[in-house]
Design a protein. Structure first.
Length: 356
């Protein structure tokens, strides 16, 4: 059976165009609208990609449930929940003058606390924060945004880490949406300070998966090359749910082509470090790795001495243990045979384990 053309693996034309437009908007604007029609259509459309799984043997390992998962976009997207939250905030009664004065006062006090690098929020200020209506918290964070320096952003992350252990008086999802998402969108990403990166890494375990999933796809529209940005990406992937991690992996694999760039190898290593091989075996995610094999094969000679490429192979091979296809095993053998890295023996041992 002839191998499928990897270049033919594309989204449904309408979805592909909508996604490109959405990414362009992200790149133009420092703050994108999470509820834009383009984003919602991309996630919620029931139209499946026209040729989702390019490798002919990948369907052999999928049961009907996983095959359905692999060919449809998630209907219960986190975007739906965020949209409902934003709509409910818009429906809130307008703030009174006295409430706005209180919010300005609280914002100033909170900014002072961040300047002093306090370990906790005073109880009286906590009471004020907890008494704010939903749209009041939004207004507070928008006011705080104008006063947020790089160091204050790091201090705020540190403070939130302490507060969330006891039960947050500040909505972490809103903090992510209003304060940090604009910093991680479009051209702002290139100027992201080390303090902000360090703060976000520190805070990553506390971010809800539905927040992070809004960020990562636009983030991966850029070349993620700096070590600190890769560290941030790795940290942000960790809180993702299994469904969100699969969606991210599916999106990113579709963007790869031969010869695969080193920054894409680094990103795939980040994603596969979250999705351990044991959790991939027998699932739809492994079909994506099978679809990636033609690219890895075409890249293997040029990257034969790359330790980074070898580290990716050491994640891919065990994840395909459930696949009995001789074609897949043959492609993996070709890749390992071409390899000349220090990990050659480890790769050979991993390949032998496929037959055990």
């Amino acid at each position: 059976m002839a191998s499928c053309d990897w270049g033919a693996w594309e989204c449904h034309p309408d979805l592909e165009q909508e996604w490109k437009l959405f990414v362009q908007e992200c790149q133009k604007s420092a703050k994108s609208d999470l509820t834009s029609d383009l984003w919602m259509n991309f996630w919620r459309s029931e139209s499946p990609p026209s040729n989702d799984l390019p490798h002919p043997d990948c369907l052999e390992i999928l049961d009907p449930v996983h095959r359905a998962e692999a060919n449809t976009l998630p209907k219960d997207s986190p975007t739906v929940h965020v949209e409902e939250e934003i709509n409910s905030k818009a429906a809130d009664v307008a703030l009174t003058d006295s409430q706005l004065q209180q919010i300005n006062s609280v914002a100033l006090e909170l900014a002072d606390i961040l300047d002093m690098q306090c370990d906790s929020i005073p109880d009286d200020l906590k009471d004020c924060l907890c008494s704010l209506p939903a749209n009041g918290m939004t207004a507070l964070l928008m006011e705080l945004e104008s006063q947020l320096t790089n160091q204050k952003a790091y201090n705020f992350c540190s403070l939130l880490c302490e507060e969330t252990a006891e039960g947050p008086c500040i909505n972490v999802a809103l903090v992510f949406e209003i304060l940090f998402l604009p910093m991680l969108t479009g051209n702002s990403l290139e100027n992201l300070s080390e303090e902000v990166k360090a703060g976000l890494i520190k805070m990553s375990d506390h971010f809800p998966s539905e927040c992070v999933s809004h960020l990562l796809m636009p983030l991966l529209a850029h070349e993620v090359t700096s070590p600190s940005l890769l560290e941030l990406l790795s940290a942000l992937i960790q809180p993702l749910s299994e469904t969100d991690c699969y969606s991210l992996m599916r999106y990113f694999v579709q963007q790869c082509s031969a010869p695969i760039e080193e920054w894409r190898i680094s990103v795939l290593n980040c994603i596969l470090s979250k999705a351990r091989p044991s959790s991939l075996e027998g699932k739809a995610e492994s079909s994506l790795l099978i679809g990636l094999l033609p690219i890895l094969t075409a890249s293997s000679r040029a990257l034969s001495t790359s330790e980074l490429f070898a580290s990716l192979l050491l994640k891919v091979i065990p994840a395909l243990k459930c696949c009995s296809s001789t074609r897949v095993h043959g492609e993996l053998a070709t890749i390992v045979q071409e390899n000349k890295s220090f990990n050659k023996k480890a790769l050979s041992d991993a390949l032998k384990s496929l037959g055990s």
